[in-house]
Structures are given as C-alpha cells and as structure tokens.
Ligand binder design. Sequence first.
Ligand code: PEP
Length: 251
Amino acid sequence: MNRQRIVAGNWKMNKTFDEGRDLALSIVKRIGPIETLVILCPPFIHLNYLASVTKGIANVRLGAQNCHFENSGAFTGEVSALMLQSIGVEYVIVGHSERRAYFAETNELLAKKVDAILSHGMHPIFCCGEKLDIREAGTHLEFVSQQINDSLFHLSKKQFSKVVLAYEPIWAIGTGKTASPLQAQEMHAYIRSIIAAHFGDDLAFLTTILYGGSCKPSNSKELFSQPDVDGGLIGGASLVAEDFVSIVNSF
Ligand code: PEP
C-alpha cells in the first residue's frame, strides 16, 4: 500500500462568492481521473456551495482553513469543527503560519483543534515550519519537531493515521522563494523519522507529508519527485485554475 498523494489549494482570504464558484468549476472541469487527491480549501463562505460542486467527484474533497475546537457557544466570529462536518467538509487546515502569527495560535491550542477535527471524523492538515532566522541558526529540525510533538504526539496511532502534515517553511510562503528540493526532502525525511520513532515505521511510511511555500507549475515536478514529498499545499498558485491543475498533474 502506498501513501496518498495530495494537492490542496489554500485560497486564504481570496475570492468573492462568484469568483470562488467560477474558480472551483474551472478546476473541477480540468481535473481528469487521476489518483492524486485534490482538496479545495476556500474561505468559509464558499464551503456550502462547493460541497455541491465536489460531491460525487471521486478524487476531489473539500477543506476548511480553520475551525474552533468547541462544538458551539459564545465564540463570536468562529466556526466549529462540528459545523464544518455537517456540510460535508472532510479536511481542515490547522496551524497555518499566518494563523500562528496573526492570531497567536499556539501549539497547545492547535492540539485542541486537532482533537476536535478528529472527533468529528475529519482530517487535520497540520502545518509546521520555521522562520528564516531559525533556519539560519540551524535549529529548524528541532523547531519543527517541537511543533509536531506538542500538537500531535498525544494522539493514538489510529487518530494519527487520519492526519496529513504540511511542511511550510515560513520564509518560502508567498515570497516566491521556494525551498530547494533537497531542503524539502531533508525536512520531510526528518519529519517521517520522528513519526517513525513515536508511532512506528509502518505508520510513518503511510503518512502523507505535503510541501508548501511558493510551489508553482515551474517547480512542483521537481519538488514532488523527492521520495518523502507526497504533494503540496498551494497558496497563490491555487487561485488560478490552470496553474493549480498543472501542479496537480505534475506527479
Ligand atoms: C500557503 O500559504 O499555504 C502557501 C503555501 O502559500 P504560497 O503557495 O503562496 O507560498
């Protein structure tokens, strides 16, 4: 059994309702019957409509960009994992560096979100990655290890088997500066090794680890050809159907 290859599009805070509908329809129209799983992660306002667009398409799934860990209550402006699950969302991005930086999300808070997502039968896409100063100091492996340890290593093996990881070096997100295939491979292999040490070789082998950070049609083939890179979490290039589908097709 091989691990699942995934290309997920993180639209961030982009696209009006009409623009989002057109983008999703344009992506879905272009995607052939491939084995790669394609996940669309639009802003919340698009999710309900896109659930009807992606329903019944074998290799396309719907993802959210965030959730609250409580099911309901006085949390103005928030959307719960339970609510997402109720409209057909199957994946939720957790711990994106922008949420860590702008919304002060800590490893401990992310552990609660991961638990909530799993408890409603969905898959967390757990983001980790270091800032430039950490890479330059040479402590990036330890830094990422801590993020994973604090937010994911309380899970059981069964729970962890539902998690997708995304390594996203912050210095490469939206900067046009991509990690080299070797830099990505080094970190992905390291992440797989710490998963193996904690959960065993079999589960580590089956864990999907995505790369994110200025991934585009011109570099996706080389990045995805690395043995431990199982696909990508795509920001900017997921907003243009041709580019996104070209990345999807680069395996
Ligand atoms: C992201 O924000 O998850 C991302 C990878 O962005 P970009 O592709 O634009 O660097």
